[in-house]
Design a protein around this ligand. Structure first.
Ligand code: IZC
Ligand code: ZN
Length: 411
């Protein structure tokens, strides 16, 4: 007896456990009229319609709707105090993202609000976001700290992630990002903060064991390449896997550094040079691209087509944060990837499922609909993949299946 059966699905899924690149990024298995049996939270059987051979306690009739793996959001800053609605008007009046940060706003204003917020406040707020994210088809998400810039507050953020990972249906992967900005206390002395990170905060954070990855904002007037290299080498020594916010606004050489250090992912890459992309193409690093950020900051779209053509595996994520992307809607990210990057819907689906899962170390269990994988599944109120990408702004989820149960169902 299956726990759940999804009947009459139009299945679209990448296959396998490893990141897909080049032509393979667009190779999606599309199978109409299939039934999917789910047992103990895992995908137990996939068969042509009517041939599952075993009954189920609960039957979801997809009636020919599109069924895909749950979306994997591989880059978010989910846990934060306050919001930054005041910045939008400033940006539209011509203020640049890095100018707002240099004036003590941007990330630094969120740091103030996050330090001031209690653990419970942060937890309740993030939990609300997670509820909405699942309702929009995201079933796994990465979460970065980085709004503390001191040990206590960074730890508070990561403890929120741990608690939510235990109590919420969403699967969370934590990234320590103490090097998200230079804290006000160290203004003009970035090296002082880099030393504190290397000598104290990173070793202590490694002992806490709450984060699998370490990330850094390698950017003009934030952390330069040499500082980024020192921090990430220390993090690697302490057992963290590496991520880099690379070449988001200025081409500093973050992509090259990611390749040099064997980082799991290089993220943003809007301004990455040919040399940076060549270095990524020679490495195993996954490019995580954030189209909603390009849209929201009015910046160019990263060169996703070039990356796919060069054989770099591309993932797509929301970059949900209170400044440059106050949206966790991965459906929006998919449509923007199609229109802004010119990724084909099949390439973009791989980017938002299997490649995203691989970019956060979960390729073995997430990102595809195959027997043995976790049953993280979205039934869309859409006939096919083209339709999912064509509509935008409305929530197209019909049902989400997660942890062996139905978490979201339209009535
Ligand atoms: O809060 O502005 N780019 N970090 C690097 C961000 C955007 C998040 C923020
Ligand atoms: Zn980010």
């Amino acid at each position: 007896m299956f726990d759940i059966m999804i009947k009459n699905a139009n299945l679209a899924t990448p296959q396998g456990n490893m990141p897909k690149s080049g032509k393979a990024q667009g190779e999606i298995l599309i199978q109409n009229n299939v039934d999917i049996g789910i047992l103990d939270g895992k995908i137990a059987k996939i068969a042509p319609r009517g041939e599952l051979g075993t009954p189920a306690q609960e039957v979801i009739n997809a009636r020919g709707r599109l069924v895909t793996p749950g979306l994997v959001d591989s880059h978010t800053h989910l846990v934060f105090g306050g919001f930054r609605q005041n910045e939008l008007q400033m940006k539209l009046a011509g203020a640049q993202y890095l100018e707002i940060l240099a004036a003590g706003g941007g990330i630094l204003s969120t740091v103030k609000a996050t330090r001031a917020a209690s653990f419970d406040e942060l937890c309740d707020k993030a939990e609300g976001f997670l509820n909405d994210m699942i309702d929009h088809g995201t079933t796994t998400t990465e979460v970065k700290s980085g709004y503390g810039l001191d040990f206590e507050t960074e730890l508070k953020q990561l403890e929120v992630v741990r608690k939510l990972n235990i109590h919420h249906d969403m699967d969370l992967v934590a990234t320590f990002m103490g090097a998200h900005a230079v804290p006000t206390k160290f203004a003009g002395n970035a090296d002082g903060y880099v030393n504190l990170l290397i000598n104290e905060i990173i070793p202590k954070m490694a002992d806490e064991g709450l984060a699998e990855f370490c990330d850094i904002f390698c950017e003009d007037s934030v952390f330069n390449v040499e500082q980024s290299r020192r921090i990430l080498q220390a993090a690697k020594k302490h057992g963290f896997k590496l991520k880099i916010h690379a070449d988001e606004i200025v081409d500093l050489g973050g992509a090259k550094l990611a390749a040099e250090l064997g980082a799991t992912s290089a993220e943003h890459l809007i301004a990455a040079s040919d040399e940076g992309l060549q270095a990524l193409a020679q490495s195993d690093t996954i490019a995580i691209l954030l189209p909603a950020t390009s849209f929201y900051l009015g910046k160019p779209y990263a060169r996703a087509r070039d990356m796919v053509n060069l054989g770099i595996p591309v993932a797509i994520a929301s970059d949900f944060n209170p400044g440059s992307s106050p949206s966790f809607n991965m459906q929006l990210a998919l449509t923007l990837a199609y229109i802004g990057y010119r990724l084909h819907p099949c390439e973009a689906l791989t980017a938002a499922t299997l490649n995203g899962a691989c970019a956060i170390g979960l390729g073995e269990t997430k990102g595809t609909i195959e027997v043995g994988k976790d049953a993280d599944i979205v039934v869309w109120d859409c006939p096919d993949l083209d339709y999912l990408f064509y509509r935008f702004g409305n929530n197209q989820v019909y049902t989400v299946i997660k942890n062996g149960g139905v978490t979201y169902e339209i009535d």
